[in-house]
Design a protein around this ligand. Structure first.
Ligand SMILES: [Fe+2]
Length: 577
């Protein structure tokens, strides 16, 4: 059916359509109307609904907003589109349309071009800025094809030329909605993939730092937060801020509170917004308010002033939107182990329910991982304390070697750092050095016996590296320390014990511990001799480079020990002579 505005055909067509679709509607019920020449019809798009994969698909009727200053055009389109099953509302100009769009979400907006207060192009620009997912269709007469093309260039989805067929308008709306459905599906798919990756990353990690970093990263990038703050309990009833991340300033922002009825476009919002986004974010989360809220309500999505109360009073930026997600762990009776707070300070950017749900899912995965990571860290801390306890207990058996394990650990760590080993390897070197003589526990020796060891004593003593390995081997955690403990008496020339390995067959950790052990042994008092001076010890290590010691390790040690002594002397600390 062709609708030609300004002609009787237009009206006749409508009546015919009504008669077909709504036989009970009396023609006399319709008011007499005058149809102006060439009314301009423009279809504009509607505000995007929250479309997140974790939300069930929205099954409500697609919403269409018809904008035209001519009442009859609004009514005709409302009737036709309503009969096609769409939820249709009308507005008489761009300003009224923006008001309506603030109240309800729309999928498609059909708008006239020429209207008082705000025309179609201006409305189109405003919709593109505020709700870019809403599709817009422009209605225009013959004389304004160029304007219609201009509208397309500015982002309109399509245009309709008068005279138009009603079926044509319906077809365009159907196409627009199909396009929107596909892009929403695409978006949901991308978000589902992203959520899956985040969950995997969290579940795979035993490191608290990594888990917290992933959580913050997700909030910054998936939720597009300006500010993320994570809090954890300290085990004593209080909560502390574990991480705080602030997004870099974003350049393009919307006006703070655009009022479509304002007489003139806002006087200085651009300047204000620039300032708002470049100001540092000084907002401080109020843990008491957060905790009180999450204790009774796991859902936290607040906007504007209502979001402000989760921050302490102070020099912070005004809150646009806040999401809070509890972190609960502990099976049947979960306890609040912390929370994630994400905030938007960008004018016009509000979080939606889909984003809250996304963060909530991340939070629930993170809570279990945080609990595990903390248990693991406790276990590691206990393990370290156990090692230190054992090493010190050993040192106490021998008054001459008191403090030896700690000092060898210190020298070995210094050397490992100088060799530029990665931090995790430096830590293994340190612990290994601390434990290097643990096997002496297995030697029935009088370590305090004055004078030199007999051959028998010496043979028994030489078993301590193997005993050390035997002690560590059953404990999985301690296995990385075994090379440093088992092989610290090997020599570069292959004349050491217990295996007689040579050169690079000796693990680097063991080569490091060997030099550190020798330096401390020589510069300390022993039952059978006084401590040797530093210079003598250095000369001895130099002499044994390439035979007893790996030359490059020994040379690096000598550089490191000189720097170490210089530092100690500068701070007035005592060092071996
Ligand atoms: Fe040893």
């Amino acid at each position: 059916m062709t609708v030609t505005a300004g002609t009787a055909v237009y009206w006749r067509s409508l009546l015919d359509h009504h008669a077909r679709e709504s036989p009970n509607l009396m023609r006399d019920d319709l008011p007499p109307i005058l149809i102006p020449d060439a009314p301009t019809i423009t279809v504009v798009s509607a505000p995007a609904r929250a479309s997140f994969s974790i939300l069930p698909p929205v099954q409500e009727r697609p919403r269409v907003l018809v904008v035209d200053d001519e009442k009859f055009i609004r009514d005709i389109l409302a009737d036709f589109l309503g009969m096609e099953g769409y939820e249709v509302r009308t507005a008489e100009d761009g300003v009224a349309a923006l008001h309506e769009m603030q109240r309800h979400p729309y999928d498609v907006v059909i708008s006239d071009l020429k209207m008082p207060k705000m025309g179609g192009i201006e409305l189109l620009d405003e919709i593109a800025r505020r709700t870019p997912n809403v599709l817009t269709v422009i209605m225009t007469g013959f004389g304004t094809v160029e304007t219609a093309i201009d509208a397309m260039k500015r982002g309109a989805y399509d245009y309709v030329l008068k005279p138009f067929k009603v079926e044509e308008v319906v077809h365009i709306i159907q196409r627009a909605l199909e396009k929107q459905r596909l892009s929403a599906e695409n978006l949901r798919l991308r978000e589902a993939v992203s959520l899956y990756k985040v969950s995997e990353a969290i579940a795979a990690s035993l490191s608290l730092d990594e888990v917290m970093a992933t959580v913050c990263d997700t909030a910054l990038h998936e939720i597009r937060a300006d500010f993320v703050s994570t809090w954890l309990d300290d085990g004593e009833g209080s909560y502390f801020e574990r991480n705080r991340v602030v997004a870099p300033p974003r350049t393009s922002v919307l006006p703070a509170a655009f009022d479509p009825l304002a007489p003139e476009p806002k006087p200085e919002p651009a300047h204000n917004n620039d300032e708002a986004t470049t100001q540092p974010i000084l907002n401080e989360v109020d843990p008491e308010v957060m905790r009180a809220h999450l204790a009774i309500d796991s859902m936290l999505l607040e906007h504007g002033q209502r979001g402000q109360r989760f921050f302490k009073e102070g020099p912070g930026r005004p809150t646009q939107s806040v999401i809070g997600v509890p972190l609960r762990a502990g099976g049947a009776a979960p306890r609040l182990i912390g929370w994630i707070l994400a905030a938007s300070f960008t004018p016009g950017r509000r979080f939606d329910e889909g984003q809250r749900k996304l963060l909530s899912i991340v939070g629930s995965r993170a809570a279990a991982a945080i609990d595990n990571a903390r248990l693991y860290e406790d276990l590691k801390a206990t393990f370290k304390q156990t090692i230190q306890g054992l090493a010190r207990a050993l040192d106490r058996l021998d008054r001459y070697t008191s403090g030896h394990s700690d000092r060898v650990a210190m020298y070995a760590t210094m050397l490992a750092i100088k060799l530029a080993l990665p931090p995790e390897l430096v830590e293994i070197v340190r612990q290994s050095a601390l434990m290097h003589d643990i096997g002496k526990i297995g030697c029935v020796l009088n370590l305090n016996k004055p004078g030199k060891l007999t051959n028998e004593d010496y043979e028994a003593f030489k078993r301590h590296p193997a005993y050390g390995r035997d002690i560590l081997e059953p404990i999985k955690f301690l296995q990385p320390l075994i090379p440093g403990v088992h092989l610290h008496h090997e020599r570069w020339d292959g004349k050491g014990y217990p295996l007689g390995l040579g050169g690079n067959d000796i693990p680097l950790i063991a080569r490091i511990v060997a030099v550190a052990d020798t330096y401390d042994a020589m510069t300390s008092d022993r039952a059978y001799r006084r401590a040797l001076p530093h210079e003598v010890t250095v000369a001895e290590i130099e002499r044994c480079s390439g035979t007893q010691f790996d030359r490059s390790v020994a040379e690096t040690f000598l550089e490191a020990i000189e720097e170490f002594r210089a530092q100690k002397m500068a701070t007035g600390e005592t060092i071996p002579e």
